[in-house]
Design a protein around this ligand. Structure first.
Ligand code: HEC
Ligand code: HEC
Length: 184
């Protein structure tokens, strides 16, 4: 009798806990789904950069590369990863000024210095690809990445927005509408 009562109490407790957990998980999912990132500001506010650097791929945020990385890119638009992305010289200068001023090492901060040192240890100095940076590589060597790559039919990592729908708003943690909706 005593044992049965304990069993009963235990299973009631389990049911209550399970139900409570299910409710909070649902509430969390609903809350996440309710966030509408389209109202969030676009990271790149510079008009020239937005109009000239967003035709072939999303406009990349300047803080993902170094000042010298952007200078290298802007000084070689005639052969931009095999494409001719040449633009009017005055406009190019304006874009370069914006990109360089907002590069992650522009402020010479301690975190920036630490990141530069980490990259250097791996032989990476002023890369011109975000996809070559150690942080990017670390995030994208998972099985989930391979699966998503196959799912969206995009082999390369370069055009972030193919998978991260709100990448232009700096959102990379969630995959709305993919892999079960809000969270990952
Ligand atoms: C004519 C099309 C075109 C235009 C315009 C263009 N790009 Fe690109 N960009 C490309 C291509 C193609 C790649 C290589 C994509 C790949 O490897 O899959 C690329 C790659 C990049 C990458 C590296 C992405 C990675 O792999 O991490 C950066 C950074 C970049 N572009 C910046 C710019 C900037 C800044 C501008 C504006 C000045 C610009 N692009 C304009 C076609 C373009
Ligand atoms: C083919 C799809 C795909 C493309 C393209 C892609 N990503 Fe991702 N990204 C993923 C997936 C999937 C994950 C989660 C990996 C995991 O957790 O296993 C991820 C994770 C990330 C994270 C970590 C998010 C977190 O939770 O902290 C960042 C940051 C990120 N990506 C940035 C980028 C940037 C910047 C680009 C473009 C230069 C890019 N990604 C291109 C699929 C993609």
């Amino acid at each position: 009798m005593g044992v049965n009562l304990i069993n009963l109490m235990f299973s009631v407790r389990t049911v209550v806990l399970t139900v409570a957990m299910a409710i909070s998980a649902n509430a969390l999912a609903a809350e996440k789904a309710a966030i509408d990132y389209s109202k969030y500001p676009i990271s790149v506010q510079d008009e020239a950069t937005r109009s000239e650097c967003g035709d072939c791929h999303m406009v990349f945020p300047p803080n993902r590369l170094t000042m010298n990385g952007w200078k290298k890119i802007m000084s070689n638009l005639g052969n931009h990863f095999g494409e001719d992305a040449t633009i009017d010289a005055a406009k190019a200068k304006k874009i370069e000024t914006y990109l360089v001023a907002n590069a992650f090492d522009a402020k010479d901060s301690v975190p920036a210095k630490m990141r530069l040192a980490q990259w250097k240890k791996k032989g990476i100095v002023d890369p011109i690809r975000i996809t070559e940076t150690p942080g990017w590589q670390r995030h994208h060597k998972t099985k989930k990445y391979k699966l998503m790559s196959a799912d969206v039919g995009y082999e390369r990592g370069s055009n972030c927005i193919k998978c991260h729908k709100d990448a232009e708003r700096g959102m990379y943690e969630e995959f709305p509408g993919m892999y079960g909706g809000g969270g990952d």
